[in-house]
Design a protein. Structure first.
Length: 230
């Protein structure tokens, strides 16, 4: 390992330990790779999570072998699990109420790239219901509810679907958002590709929100982005 690469790996490991402590998890074992944070502090459907990208000169097999060694099962610890996911290969393991996943595929001539995900299994009594405290039309199905915790600001992204039209969804949020203290700044439709999308922007104090409504087959998709102190 070169001096620069060794320093990079050492720094990444130190960051991993510090970030892992936020989730009260053991440090993520790291192969020789260039690491980039995707989401250092987020919650996915109420589940605390961290995600990093990696690029390595090592092959996917070498990356998988590294984690097979790290997560070898013992009498006290369960072994790893592996499964394919499209072009990717995934390996994961549970350690001390923390779940680690590595998603890897080939990149370049002989190298690899992928994602490292770490999440802590929450207390079942503290799990937030997806979509909680955000208004939505009856019968809506929450697909994702993600909290982002960036320095100096906090955000939330929701993706949901329902059987109502984009116009009906827009009308619903025109009624309910102002009653919750939001001011509508923009409210208009626009063509996006071969679809017509309705977009609404709002503000409440230091928070801003963007809502979009688009018909997809039999359902309307509703994408909500809320950012406090953007």
């Amino acid at each position: 390992m070169t001096g620069c690469l060794a320093a990079l790996v050492a720094l990444a490991a130190a960051v991993a330990r510090a970030e892992g402590e936020k989730l009260d998890c053991p440090a993520f074992p790291l192969p020789e790779a260039k690491l980039t944070w995707v989401a250092p502090n987020m919650a996915y459907n109420g589940l605390p999570m961290q995600i990093r990208e990696f690029e390595s000169k090592e092959s996917p097999k070498a990356i998988l072998d590294f984690y097979r060694r790290e997560w070898r099962g013992t009498a006290q610890k369960p072994g790893n699990v592996e499964y394919p996911l499209g072009d990717w290969q995934v390996i994961g393991a549970l350690r001390e109420r923390c779940f680690y996943t590595v998603q890897v595929k080939g990149s370049g001539k002989e190298g690899s790239a992928g994602l490292l995900g770490m999440s802590r299994l929450p207390d079942p009594n503290s799990v937030r219901e997806a979509g909680k405290n955000f208004p939505m039309m009856s019968g809506s199905n929450v697909i994702n509810d993600i909290d982002h915790f960036d320095p100096g600001k906090r955000g939330r992204t929701l993706f949901l679907t329902n059987e109502f039209s984009p116009d009906a969804n827009a009308g619903f949020y025109r009624r309910v958002m102002p009653s919750d203290g939001w001011t509508i700044l923009g409210d208009n439709g626009m063509p996006v590709g071969n679809r017509y999308v309705w977009v609404m922007t709002l503000k409440r104090g230091t928070a801003e929100a963007a809502l979009s409504f688009a018909r997809t087959g039999e359902f309307t998709s509703v994408l909500v982005n809320v950012m406090d102190r953007p």
